[in-house]
Design a binder for this molecule. Structure first.
Ligand SMILES: Nc1nc2c(ncn2[C@@H]2O[C@H](COP(=O)(O)OP(=O)(O)O)[C@@H](O)[C@H]2O)c(=O)[nH]1
Ligand SMILES: [Mg+2]
Length: 470
C-alpha cells in the first residue's frame, strides 16, 4: 500500500489524546488543554521527514455519548462495513452526538485507531462502552495507556480490558516520552495491520536517520562553541601606563570577554534547540537550574566540570600551577578562572547578578597578559575546568531539549541531584584527555593539530549524545 497511513487518536475527553498527537508528531501547535471537551473538530497532524509526509494522526474530540452510541450500534443490523458511516448519517444533525460523529469520521474513512486512556484511574462503564464501540468498527486498533499521574494500581485492570478488544497495547507517557519511546509506539503500530507494516517501517527508519542527523548537528554546534570559546582572546590599549589605568582596561576586557563567551553559549543553545522543532518550549527559562545559571557562578563550578582529582590531573598535564587553580578555602570549590583587580568590583556588578565578586578567585597568570606599552590581552583561557563546564552545560541543555516532549507545556526545570553531576566528570580518562589536548592546541595556536583532532572529538561527542544521554 503506497498510501500514507492515517490514525484517529480517540478516547474520553481530557485523557491525553492531543498530548499523544503532539508528542508523536513533535508539533507543539496541537492544543493541549486542562479543560475537557475543548476540541470540537478533528485536526490532522503529520510526521514529516525532509518535507515528506510519512504518517498522519487525527486529533479528535472525546466521546460524548458512548453508552448511547454503543446501544445504537448494537441494534444496527445493516452491513458491518457501513456501521460507522450509518451511525454518522443517523446522528449528524443531533448536537448531543456532535463529538461522537466527528471523532468517528476519520474511522469511517478507514483510519486506524489509537485509543488513549489515562491508566492512572480505574475503569468506568463509559470506558467499556468506548472499547466496545471501537471493536464494532472493525478497524485495526491499538490502545495507549498514558498515565497522567504516578499511580499504577489500575494498570493490570486496564491491560486485561484491552486484551479483549485491541490488537496491541502499550504504555506511553505523552508528557515524558523520549525519542526511543516514540519509535516504540510507531513500531507497535506496525503490528496492528499488515498492510501498513511497510509504510510504518519506513517511518521508523526515516526518523532514526533524521535523529542521527540531529545529533551530528548538535555535536558540531558543541564543537564550534568549544573552538571559539577556547581560542577567544581580546586585547586593548589602556590610557596611560600607570597600574590603575591598566587595571581598568583589563577589567573592561574581562567583561567583554565574558559577554563574548555568553553569546557563544547562546548561539550553541539556539542551534541545538532548532533541531528539535520546539516553538513554545523555552529551556532558557530553567532559571533554578545549574545549566541555566551564570557560566561563572560558583554554584555552576561546584556541580559541573571535573572533580577535584580529575582537575589536578588535567592541570598537571597542561603544565599550569596547581596552587593557583586549586586554591580557595571552600573545599576546593573555586577554580580560579578570572583575575579581578581591586578596583573592578563596581564596574562588574552586573555580570554575576547578586553574587559577591569577592568570592571569585584570582588567577592572574594564564589569563591576562600585558603585552608591553599600554597593550593588554585577555584570554585565551587555559583552565581546563572552564572547557568541561562549558561542555557540561551544552550537554545538559541538549539532554533537556532533546527529551522534552512536545505536549509538555510547562516551563522547563532541569533538576540535578546533589554532588558533581556534570556529564564529563563521568567520562573515561581517555575521552577527557582528548578534549584537554584540544584545548592545549587551541591555546598554543596550533590550528592544524587542533583540526586533526576534530573527527575524534566529534565521535566522542556523538557517543555521549547517543549513549550517555540517550
Ligand atoms: N502530567 C501529565 N499530564 C498530562 C498527560 N497527558 C495529558 N495531560 C494533561 O491532561 C490534560 C488533558 O490533556 P490533552 O492532551 O489536552 O487531553 P485530550 O482532551 O484527551 O486531548 C492537560 O492538562 C494535559 O496537560 C501526561 O502524560 N502527564
Ligand atoms: Mg484534545
Amino acid at each position: 500500500m503506497s498510501e500514507v497511513p492515517v490514525f484517529a487518536v480517540v478516547g474520553h475527553p481530557n485523557e491525553g489524546k492531543s498530548s499523544v498527537v503532539s508528542t508523536l508528531t513533535e508539533d507543539d501547535r496541537v492544543p493541549v488543554s486542562a479543560v475537557p471537551g475543548e476540541t470540537r473538530q478533528c485536526a490532522t497532524y503529520a510526521i514529516k521527514v525532509d518535507g515528506e509526509t510519512l504518517v498522519r494522526f487525527v486529533d479528535t474530540p472525546g466521546f460524548q455519548m458512548p453508552l448511547q452510541t454503543l446501544r445504537w450500534m448494537q441494534q444496527y443490523d445493516g452491513p458491518a462495513e457501513a456501521l460507522v458511516a450509518e451511525f454518522i448519517r443517523a446522528h449528524q444533525g443531533d448536537p448531543r452526538f456532535a463529538d461522537d460523529c466527528e471523532l468517528l469520521r476519520p474511522v469511517a474513512k478507514n483510519a486506524g485507531i489509537v485509543y488513549v486512556v489515562d491508566g492512572s484511574r480505574p475503569l468506568r462503564p463509559n470506558d467499556e462502552a468506548e472499547m466496545e464501540i471501537l471493536r464494532l468498527t472493525g478497524r485495526p486498533r491499538m490502545a495507549v495507556i498514558n498515565p497522567k499521574a504516578n499511580e499504577t494500581t489500575y494498570l493490570n485492570e486496564w491491560k486485561a480490558a484491552f486484551a479483549k478488544t485491541f490488537n496491541v497495547n502499550l504504555q506511553f507517557n505523552a508528557h515524558r516520552a523520549t525519542f526511543k519511546e516514540r519509535i516504540d509506539l510507531l513500531q507497535a503500530l506496525q503490528h496492528i495491520e499488515q498492510d501498513w507494516g511497510a509504510a510504518l517501517a519506513k517511518v521508523v527508519a526515516a526518523l532514526q536517520d533524521d535523529w542521527r542527523g540531529r545529533l551530528e548537528a548538535c555535536a558540531d554546534a558543541i564543537l564550534h562553541l568549544l573552538e571559539k570559546a577556547l581560542s577567544l582572546s581580546l586585547s586593548g590599549t589602556s590610557e596611560g601606563e600607570d597600574p590603575a589605568a591598566r587595571d581598568q582596561q583589563r577589567d573592561k576586557l574581562i567583561v567583554a570577554f565574558q559577554e563574548r563567551l555568553a553569546r557563544l553559549e547562546r548561539d550553541c543553545r539556539r542551534d541545538i534547540k532548532q533541531r528539535f522543532l520546539h516553538n513554545l518550549f523555552n529551556a532558557d527559562l530553567a532559571a533554578e537550574t545549574v545549566a541555566a545559571q551564570d557560566l561563572f557562578s560558583e554554584e555552576t563550578w561546584e556541580v559541573l566540570g571535573l572533580t577535584r582529582k580529575q582537575l589536578s590531573l588535567a592541570l598537571a598535564t597542561a603544565g599550569a600551577t596547581l596552587g593557583a587553580a586549586l586554591d580557595g578555602a571552600a573545599g576546593g570549590l573555586t577554580f580560579g578562572v578570572f583575575t579581578l583587580g581591586a578596583g573592578i568590583a563596581g564596574g562588574l556588578a552586573g555580570w554575576t547578578g547578586t553574587r559577591p565578586l569577592s568570592r571569585l578567585k584570582v588567577d592572574l597568570g594564564p589569563f591576562s597578559r600585558e603585552l608591553g606599552g599600554c597593550r593588554i590581552q585577555v584570554g585565551p583561557l587555559r583552565n581546563p575546568q572552564l572547557m568541561f563546564v562549558l561542555l557540561d552545560r551544552a550537554l545538559i541543555y541538549f539532554q533537556c531539549v532533546s527529551n522534552w516532549a512536545h505536549a509538555r507545556r510547562e516551563e522547563a526545570a532541569i533538576s540535578l541531584p546533589e554532588g558533581k553531576k556534570g556529564v564529563t566528570a563521568g567520562w573515561d580518562a581517555e575521552r577527557r584527555r582528548l578534549f584537554e589536548k584540544y584545548q592545549h592546541y587551541l591555546q598554543k595556536g596550533y590550528a592544524d593539530k587542533a583540526n586533526e583532532l576534530r573527527p575524534r572529538l566529534h565521535q566522542a561527542l556523538m557517543r555521549t549524545l547517543q549513549e550517555d544521554l540517550g
